[in-house]
Design a binder for this molecule. Sequence first.
Ligand SMILES: CC(C)(COP(=O)(O)OP(=O)(O)OC[C@H]1O[C@@H](n2cnc3c(N)ncnc32)[C@H](O)[C@@H]1OP(=O)(O)O)[C@@H](O)C(=O)NCCC(=O)NCCS
Length: 164
Amino acid sequence: MLIRDETLDDIDAIHDLTSTAFKPMPYSNGTEAEIVRRLRAAGDLTISLVAEQDGEILGHIAFSPVTIDGAHAGWFGLGPISVKPERQRQGIGKALIVRGAELLKDMGASGCALIGNPHIYGRVGFSSDGQLKYLDLDTRLVQRIVFRGSPPSGTLQFAPAFES
Ligand SMILES: CC(C)(COP(=O)(O)OP(=O)(O)OC[C@H]1O[C@@H](n2cnc3c(N)ncnc32)[C@H](O)[C@@H]1OP(=O)(O)O)[C@@H](O)C(=O)NCCC(=O)NCCS
């Protein structure tokens, strides 16, 4: 399996994959594929990686700038992330997250934050100390990985593409 940057030819496959992967999820509001398009259009798709095997896109991950208490300070958000339903739980998501985190670190990023299942993201180094907040969500779902500096505290805000 190859993890690589998206190309123009991948855009429709990424859209379909994102729609299909999120469709059965109870927390999905059906906008995730559109969020990826909006991030790209706004120039906020800092990193967009695909997992490809035999010419098929099996997974995708997006990273975009975030702010914490209104300041960017080198922080990025992970998501949306999608793996083809038949190929989930086989390490593809993890491979995308690990590669994305390496690229962010190489760029000099301070860290990466996300909203998600701690059972998944805790396996790849994300954690919560309750200091990073998002709306009124349980802070255990608001996780981050720190590359440089101190762990952040404050209110996380994603790029405008996430506002539906
Ligand atoms: C979330 C998602 C991207 C994970 O990708 P994946 O390829 O299935 O995940 P991986 O196989 O790489 O698993 C990564 C780790 O998380 C754990 N994990 C994965 N799915 C899990 C689940 N549903 N519940 C608990 N743990 C889970 C795995 O055990 C693994 O840990 P390990 O390597 O220590 O065993 C994929 O399930 C998906 O596309 N879901 C639908 C879209 C979605 O919900 N996106 C995320 C929104 S926050």
